[in-house]
Design a protein around this ligand. Structure first.
Ligand SMILES: [Zn+2]
Length: 321
């Protein structure tokens, strides 16, 4: 390779890494928006237009349960905006932030962990999530490079099995472990009295499904998680994804059907001996593209969100990663 083309290759690799690590995020521009969900339950979201990986709302959604027993918090957003998150929480309550739980490993949900732990929060998460944080590979699209502060790691971990329960502030909170879905260490957080479940990222309605197989996610597990959600949720239960709009049980059905239809189509093409490139070129998501906002937007180095989804389905069905 000539020096000039080496330089070009290095520059291209550098810009790919920059986009994968989410260096395009304009942290200064992010505002924290507050939504009241129950008498003492709030959701905090980043504002739109500041995070190229999440154009509709920067970072991952945070849950805040307030009351005399102290604050219980779900997910920790980007580390760079902890001050803004704390300011938003202080508008809800001046109680100490006692407990923090992570829905899954990605930086838009965990990068702020260490900041909240140093403020006194006790961090809970799946044992698998702790392992994923310890051995974090290249971050998923839109997420910043992982911080290495030991305080980011959960002090209390749990596996599959019965939910961990918190009884505080007049609420019963269940940490419900999910078998490998969006990642290998997903948890749903259910607020029984408010009739709300924070479901993390195995469902999304901005962009196509993202299953992070590098962090232990599986297509089969994501489908099982959707089935489990439909079983656990009642007709009026509000399901709150890590990104996008709040839904209920009936919204899961077309989403699941879409995944199954794409899976069937890709399986047929694999049966015909088609390569990954041929499957991508066939645009198997075309019937859904108009109904999936953000579906054709770039999603890191893997192409569009649709391409990333189809690649994942192809490799999962091929039995690889
Ligand atoms: Zn995620």
């Amino acid at each position: 390779m000539k020096p000039s083309s080496l330089l070009a290759a290095a520059t291209l690799a550098g810009s790919l890494i920059a986009s994968v690590q989410g260096q395009g995020i304009d942290y200064a521009k992010i505002e924290i928006l507050r939504e009241k969900i129950g008498p003492n339950l709030y959701m905090l979201s980043g504002s739109a237009g500041a995070d190229p990986g999440h154009e509709d709302a920067a970072g991952g959604r945070i849950g805040v349960l307030s009351g005399p027993d102290g604050i219980f918090m779900v997910d920790a957003q980007y580390a760079q905006i902890t001050d803004k998150v704390v300011a938003a929480i202080r508008k809800i309550s001046s109680e100490p932030i006692r407990f923090l739980v992570n829905t899954h490993v990605h930086g838009d949900h965990t990068a702020g962990n260490a900041n909240f732990v140093k403020m006194g929060a006790l961090l809970f998460a799946r044992e698998e999530l702790r392992e994923e944080l310890l051995h974090q590979p290249a971050p998923a699209a839109g997420n910043p490079a992982p911080a290495r502060d030991p305080a980011r790691l959960p002090m209390v971990t749990y596996g599959m099995g019965e939910p961990v329960k918190f009884r505080m502030n007049g609420e019963i909170v269940d940490l419900i472990p999910v078998r490998a879905a969006h990642t290998g260490g997903d948890t749903m957080i259910r607020f029984e009295n408010a009739d709300v479940i924070m479901i993390g990222d195995f469902y999304r309605n901005y962009g196509y499904p993202f299953i992070d197989t590098n962090n232990g996610g599986t297509l089969k597990g994501a489908l099982e998680a959707l089935d489990a959600t439909m079983k656990i949720a009642g007709p009026n239960t509000r399901l709150i994804p890590g990104h996008g709009t709040i839904i209920n049980r009936t919204d899961i059905v077309p989403y699941r059907d879409m995944i199954l239809a794409v899976q069937t189509k890709v399986q047929q093409m694999i049966g015909q001996g088609k390569s990954e490139q041929e499957v991508l070129a066939a645009k198997v998501t075309a019937p859904y593209d108009a109904k999936v906002p953000g579906g054709l937007l770039p999603a890191g180095a893997a192409g569009t969100s649709a391409d990333r989804f189809v690649r994942m389905v192809y490799s999962q069905l091929k039995g690889g990663k």
